[in-house]
Design a protein around this ligand. Sequence first.
Ligand code: FES
Ligand code: FES
Length: 150
Amino acid sequence: MKKLIQLTVNDREVEIAVEPNMTLTDLIRYEIGLTGTKKGCETGDCGACTVLLNGLPVNSCLVLAVQANGCTVETIEGLETEDGLHPVQDAFVEHGAIQCGFCSPGMILSAKHLLDKNPNPDESEIRAGIAGNLCRCTGYQKIIDAIKSV
Ligand code: FES
Ligand code: FES
């Protein structure tokens, strides 16, 4: 039986009835229509589905939509403002830290979380901050350079 949940997604109040086994990834992508959150492994290994749940990065494929009841969720679509892209997004573009782009939403949200709590991380802290996000394209160095530049 579906359960009614309420959550805030990118400052927008959402009230929706969901199946008890629906993941937060599927809620975000297929019910709310925010497809920036990617589905990769769906087993918690790749980080492509990373969103900020109450400010903390989570693999949304491992979170049930019902567990997000009453929570705030920030997805990649929430970073851009009327002033433009978030500085982390700009830095990824400027440093060539995006190739196919599949990892980028999750990677950028993890980087944003890292920089929000530690504005001047050293390289090992940056590597630790994005350890849960896999990238098949960039070799990571351009991503690290981008985060360092912010
Ligand atoms: S799709 Fe969630 S961790 Fe890979
Ligand atoms: S840019 Fe392709 S997986 Fe990271």
